[in-house]
Design a protein around this ligand. Structure first.
Ligand code: ME8
Length: 657
C-alpha cells in the first residue's frame, strides 16, 4: 500500500453571500480528489474554510446593521450556511479554517512582520483618488465616470501611506516556475499568467489598507490592516500550524500537493503566493490547478444577476450523490461549462438510472430469482469471447481511471467507468441470462458465471465511483455482498476479488428515474419561493416630494360612510360594489378594487372613509361615486391593501379634516 502524506485544499470562500452551485462545484471536486487519494491509501489532509476579512464584508455588515463578526458568523455557522452546506454535500474535509480564528490572526501578524524584517515589505505611498466628503480612497478603476462611486462627486489625486510587498523582485523566478515546471495546470493558464501579468512588468503589491478596519491589524503599525489576499493565501500554512501552536502538522504536510482554485484566482495562487513563500523561505506547493467556471445561460453566476443556483434545492430534489456526480461527470474540469437543470436531469436519467441503476437492479434481481441470492458452487470458467472482452475491460479500468484522476480529469475518469458499465449492460443482452435460466439443470454453471461477471464488474466500478458517490456506493456494496476487502483500491485492480459465495440482495433502487417535467416545475416553485423570501419583508411607497398647498388638500371632501351592502362585481376579479350610507339619506354607490383582500360580507356594517366629491365614473358598466381610502404597502413582493376602518361610534356623514 502506498503510504504517503497528501495535502489538498480548496479556496477559502468569501462569506459575503450564501454559497451557490459554482462554489459547490469546486468543493465537491476537491472532495472527490481527496477521497480518491484516501482510497489509494494516502494519509490525506483536506482543508477548506472561509476568508472573512475585507472591505466588502465590512460594507455588507454595515448595510445589514450588524457587526462584521456577527455577519460572517451567520453565513458560516448559521442555518444553511457554509458549514451546513459542506455537511449536506458529504464533504470530507479534515480541517476548516476561518481567517477570523485567533491563531490565524496572530500568525498573519508574524508572517507580515517576517517579510517586513527581511526587507520584502516596505512603507510607501499608495497613489489613488480621494473623495473628501466621503473620506474615501479609490483606485482609477473603481471610479464611475471619473467620479466617486459612492456619492458621484468629483475626486482628487491623493496619496495614502501604505505597505508594499516587493513582488517585482520575484518576477524572474516565478516566470521560471510557471514556464519550466508543471506547477500550474492546465497548461493554457500558464500563458495567460506570463503574457498578461509577468511580461508587462510585475509591480510591487500594496499589502496594507487604512481606509477600513475589518482585517488583521499590522501589529507594529496598528492604523493599517493587512491586505486581504496576504491574509487569505496564508491560510494554507497557518492551518497546519505555521507560526502558531494550534496545529503541529506543518513539517509533515507542507508543501501542499495541490491547491484547487477557480480560474479567476489563479493569478493570486500562481504569482503572489509563490512570491510570498519565496520571501518566507518556504517550499512551494507542488501544484496549483485552475478549474473552469459553471456558467448559467453563458454568463457567470452572480447574486446581482439573480441567476444563482441554490445547491440546497438541487440536493433536496435529486439527492446529494446524484448532484455530486453530475457536477464532475458533465463538465470538463479545466474548462467552463453551462449549467442547466435539464442537463442535470438528463445525466441522472441516462447514466445513473438507465446505465448504472439498471445494471445493479437487473443483476441483483437475477441472482435472487435464479439462485435465491447466492451463486452456486462449480460455476463455469470464462470461455467465451464476450467474457474475455468484459473481464479484460473491467480489469484494466483501474489503471486508466487512475491516469485520468492523477491529471485532474474526473470527467474522463468517469467516462471510462461508464464505458465499462455500458459494456456490462450489453453483456446482459448478449448472454441473455433469462434464456439460460429456462434450463437451470443444463445451464446453471454458465448462468452462474455470467452473473458473477456482472457482479464483479459492478463491484470494480463501484469502488472507482466511491470518491464521487460515497453513500450510494456503500448501498451498492451491501446489495452485491462486497466484503470490506472488496471495496479497497487494491481489489479494484484484481479481477475475481468478490467471493463467489457473496450474499446478494436486491435492495432499494439506487437511482430512481426523474420525471423531468415534474422536477422542473418543483424546482421553479422552489426558486420562486426563494426569490420571494429574499425580497424585502416590508416596503412602503416612496414619499412624494412635490408639495400640495393646504387649500388644494382641503378641497377633498372626506366623509365617514357606513357599509349597508357589499357585493362582488360580475366578471371582475378586483372590484367590490358598495352601497353606503353617507348621512345624506340617499344611498351612495362606490366601486373599489379590493376584492382580492376582503370577502364582501365581512365589510357590511363597517365605517369606512370615502372621498365623496370626485366626479362619478363608470367601472364595468356601473357608476362609482367616490373612492374608499386604504393603506397600501408591499410585503414579500406582494401588494397589500387595508381599508381605513373608523370606530363605529362615528356617525355616517361625519367630515374628516
Ligand atoms: O475567491 N463556477 O472566494 P470566493 C465555478 N476568498 N467556480 C466558482 C464559481 C462558478 N460559477 N463561482 C465561484 C475567493 N467559484 C477567495 C479565495 S483562497 C486563498 C481565497 C469558485 O468565495 C471561485 O472560482 O469568491 C473560487 O475558486 C471559489 O469558488 C471561491 O470563491
Amino acid at each position: 500500500m502506498e503510504q504517503q502524506k497528501y495535502y489538498i485544499t480548496t479556496p477559502i470562500y468569501y462569506p459575503s453571500d450564501k454559497l451557490h452551485i459554482g462554489h459547490t462545484y469546486c468543493t465537491v471536486a476537491t472532495d472527490a480528489f481527496a477521497r480518491y487519494q484516501r482510497l489509494r491509501g494516502r494519509e490525506v489532509l483536506f482543508l477548506t474554510g472561509t476568508d472573512e476579512h475585507g472591505q466588502k464584508i465590512e460594507d455588507k455588515a454595515h448595510e445589514a446593521g450588524v457587526t462584521p463578526q456577527a455577519f460572517v458568523d451567520n453565513i458560516v455557522t448559521g442555518e444553511r450556511g457554509v458549514m451546513d452546506l459542506w455537511k449536506l454535500m458529504n464533504i470530507s474535509n479534515d480541517r476548516f479554517i476561518r481567517t477570523t480564528d485567533d491563531y490565524h490572526v496572530s500568525a498573519i501578524q508574524k508572517i507580515f512582520r517576517k517579510m517586513y524584517d527581511n526587507g520584502d515589505i516596505y512603507k510607501g505611498a499608495y497613489k489613488g483618488k480621494y473623495c473628501k466628503p466621503c473620506e474615501s480612497f479609490w483606485t482609477e478603476s473603481q471610479l464611475v465616470e471619473g467620479k466617486c462611486p459612492d456619492c458621484g462627486r468629483p475626486v482628487e489625486d491623493a496619496e495614502e501611506e501604505a505597505y508594499f510587498f516587493r513582488l517585482s523582485k520575484y518576477a524572474k523566478p516565478i516566470q521560471d516556475l510557471l514556464e519550466n515546471t508543471d506547477f500550474l495546470e492546465p497548461r493554457s493558464r500558464v500563458n495567460e499568467m506570463v503574457n498578461n501579468f509577468i511580461k508587462p512588468g510585475l509591480e510591487d503589491l500594496c499589502v496594507s489598507r487604512t481606509s477600513f478596519t475589518w482585517g488583521v491589524p499590522v501589529d507594529f503599525d496598528p492604523g493599517h490592516v493587512v491586505y486581504v489576499w496576504i491574509d487569505a493565501l496564508s491560510n494554507y500554512i497557518t492551518a497546519l500550524g505555521y507560526d502558531n501552536d494550534k496545529y503541529q502538522d506543518f513539517e509533515q504536510f507542507w508543501p501542499a500537493d495541490v491547491h484547487i482554485v477557480g480560474k479567476e484566482i489563479v493569478r493570486f495562487h500562481a504569482i503572489i503566493w509563490p512570491a510570498m513563500l519565496m520571501s518566507l523561505g518556504l517550499p512551494l506547493p507542488k501544484k496549483v490547478y485552475g478549474h473552469g467556471w459553471l456558467l448559467f445561460d453563458g454568463g457567470k453566476m452572480s447574486k446581482s444577476k439573480g441567476n444563482v443556483v441554490d445547491p440546497y434545492i438541487l440536493a433536496e430534489q435529486f439527492g446529494v450523490d446524484a448532484l455530486r456526480f453530475f457536477l464532475l461527470r458533465t463538465f470538463p474540469f479545466g474548462s467552463d461549462g453551462n449549467f442547466s437543470n435539464e442537463l442535470l436531469i438528463q445525466t441522472i436519467n441516462t447514466d445513473l438510472a438507465n446505465d448504472l441503476g439498471n445494471l445493479v437492479s437487473r443483476t441483483t434481481a437475477m441472482v435472487g430469482k435464479y439462485f435465491g441470492g447466492t451463486l452456486p458452487g462449480g460455476m463455469e470458467e470464462n470461455t467465451q469471447e464476450v467474457d474475455a472482452d468484459l473481464t479484460a475491460k473491467a480489469a484494466a479500468l483501474q489503471g486508466i481511471y487512475a491516469q485520468q484522476m492523477d491529471q485532474y480529469a474526473p470527467h474522463k475518469a468517469l467516462d471510462e467507468v461508464f464505458k465499462v458499465i455500458q459494456r456490462a449492460n450489453k453483456y446482459i443482452d448478449e448472454t441473455a441470462p433469462w434464456a439460460l435460466a429456462k434450463d437451470l439443470q443444463a445451464n446453471g454453471p454458465r448462468l452462474a458465471r455470467v452473473l458473477y461477471n456482472l457482479l464483479e464488474t459492478t463491484r470494480i466500478c463501484g469502488v472507482l465511483l466511491t470518491p464521487f458517490m460515497p453513500e450510494s456506493m456503500e448501498k451498492l456494496f451491501v446489495q452485491i455482498g462486497a466484503c470490506a476487502h472488496c471495496r479497497t483500491w487494491e481489489s479494484a485492480g484484481v479481477w475475481g476479488s468478490l467471493s463467489t459465495a457473496a450474499a446478494v440482495t436486491k435492495g432499494e433502487n439506487l437511482f430512481p428515474r426523474v420525471d423531468a417535467q415534474q422536477a422542473l416545475e418543483t424546482l421553479e416553485q422552489a426558486a420562486e419561493a426563494q426569490r420571494k423570501a429574499a425580497l424585502p419583508a416590508l416596503e412602503i411607497a416612496p414619499y412624494t416630494q412635490e408639495q400640495v398647498d393646504f387649500d388644494t388638500f382641503c378641497r377633498s371632501d372626506l366623509r365617514a360612510v357606513k357599509v349597508k351592502d357589499c357585493q362582488p362585481v360580475k366578471k371582475s376579479a378586483k372590484l367590490l360594489k358598495f352601497t353606503l350610507d353617507d348621512g345624506t339619506g340617499t344611498d351612495r354607490q362606490i366601486l373599489s378594487g379590493i376584492a382580492m383582500y376582503y370577502q364582501p360580507e365581512e365589510l357590511v356594517g363597517k365605517t369606512l372613509v370615502a372621498i365623496v366629491n370626485l366626479p362619478p365614473r363608470k367601472m364595468m358598466g356601473q357608476e362609482s361615486c367616490g373612492m374608499l381610502l386604504s393603506a397600501v404597502h408591499t410585503e414579500q413582493g406582494e401588494e397589500r391593501l387595508n381599508l381605513i376602518v373608523l370606530p363605529d361610534a362615528i356617525p355616517a356623514g361625519a367630515k374628516l379634516c
